[in-house]
Write a protein that binds this ligand. Structure first.
Ligand SMILES: NC(=O)C1=CN([C@@H]2O[C@H](COP(=O)(O)OP(=O)(O)OC[C@H]3O[C@@H](n4cnc5c(N)ncnc54)[C@H](O)[C@@H]3O)[C@@H](O)[C@H]2O)C=CC1
Ligand SMILES: O=C([O-])C1=[NH+]CCC1
Length: 320
């Protein structure tokens, strides 16, 4: 069995293949060519810290794999004297004919990249494909996911303004300075107020651990698209609940939604479809003024696709 560490993952990963891997994983989901369950959660007693397991099987010539991601979600890591990321992960990849372990792949970078690319896939298929405007992007959250989403959306879309808000303003300011420098641009703008950041935005991405809404119904312009990624108290804490009643809500997978979005179902929200159906043109939002939401949970088969991609790329570099 080989170990592919985070540095190597970063050398091998790229946005275009990650996007394709996410499209394939979501499409195969709808075609019933995957197996995955709701993830298991093992909590450290007396703490909000969790070990989460995500096993999956994806049937695909290029991205197919049998694997299991092990994720730790430790929100208390940000309070350590030397802070650590709150989401850490490793992915085990198995031979689907023998069950032998093939690789253990670092899952920290993969989780950031694949989650960002999943949001981009959702934005492309739910929103951009309908010729909707892509002028202003609002990013709420300047943590690991917020930063990777900024790179990803800069790569795939041509926004004229990318607004950044964060609970701790200094982090958003730092990010804006760093990203304007990195891309030699001035399109990244710091926002002190989440309301002002959201108002007028065409696309909104939320990547926070908040347990209270940071996006209110009245702030979101008609026809805007939201990718809600963060999992605070639950996986739908970032958006005011009444907004879900006024939107078409898309998910990535029903197994996860049944448990992790049970709170939304309980208050009567019906999910329109999984993103795979939109990719396959089986469903779409017709009304251009209807707000759309991608409620991203993250799927095991996305990690299977990514670990296969990284494993194959790794072998290619070794065989050169
Ligand atoms: N949907 C998916 O597939 C995935 C979702 N996630 C979720 O995304 C979220 C962000 O993950 P990372 O960026 O890795 O974490 P991080 O620790 O790097 O960032 C956390 C962010 O949440 C913000 N935050 C924390 N408490 C807040 C509050 N009360 N109000 C407003 N903002 C608050 C912080 O300012 C920071 O911007 C987490 O909830 C994580 O569980 C992570 C991976 C995959
Ligand atoms: O899909 C994923 O890896 C995660 N979703 C929420 C925390 C980690």
């Amino acid at each position: 069995m080989i170990y592919i560490d985070e540095d190597m993952v970063l050398k091998l990963i790229n946005w275009d293949q990650t996007f394709e891997a996410m499209e394939v994983a979501m499409q195969r989901y709808t075609e019933n060519r995957i197996v995955q369950t709701a993830r298991s959660r093992t909590q450290v007693i007396g703490k909000p810290n969790l070990l989460v397991t995500m096993p999956g099987y994806l049937d695909d010539q290029t991205y197919g794999a049998l694997g299991c991601k092990l994720v730790t979600f430790f929100p208390t890591n940000s309070d350590l004297p030397k802070p650590l990321p709150s989401v850490l992960a490793s992915i085990m990849l198995f031979d689907e004919n023998t069950g032998l372990p093939k690789a253990c792949v670092g899952g920290f970078e993969i989780t950031k990249w694949r989650t960002s690319a999943a949001s981009a896939v959702a934005t492309r298929h739910i929103y951009e494909k309908r010729f909707k405007p892509l002028n202003i992007l609002a990013l709420l959250g300047a943590g690991h996911q917020g930063r990777t989403h900024a790179d990803c959306f800069k790569h795939f879309f041509n926004f004229q303004e990318i607004r950044v808000w964060n609970r701790t303003a200094s982090k958003a300011k730092e990010m804006v300075e760093e990203f304007n420098k990195k891309y030699n641009t001035n399109i990244f703008k710091f926002y002190e107020s989440n309301e002002k950041c959201v108002r007028g935005a065409d696309v909104i991405v939320t990547t926070t651990n908040t347990s209270e809404p940071i996006v209110n119904r009245d702030w979101v312009k008609p026809g805007a698209h939201i990718n809600s990624v963060g999992a605070g108290r639950n996986h739908h804490s970032e958006i005011e609940e009444s907004l879900y009643f006024n939107a078409d809500v898309y998910i990535d997978h029903w197994e996860g939604a049944k448990t992790e979005l049970a709170g939304l179902e309980k208050i009567g929200i019906q999910f329109k479809a999984e993103v795979g159906k939109v990719i396959l043109n089986q469903v779409k939002t017709e009304d251009p003024n209807r707000i759309t939401i991608f409620q991203s949970l993250g799927m095991a088969v996305e990690d299977c696709a990514m670990s296969r991609l990284i494993y194959d790329s790794y072998l290619k570099t070794k065989n050169k």
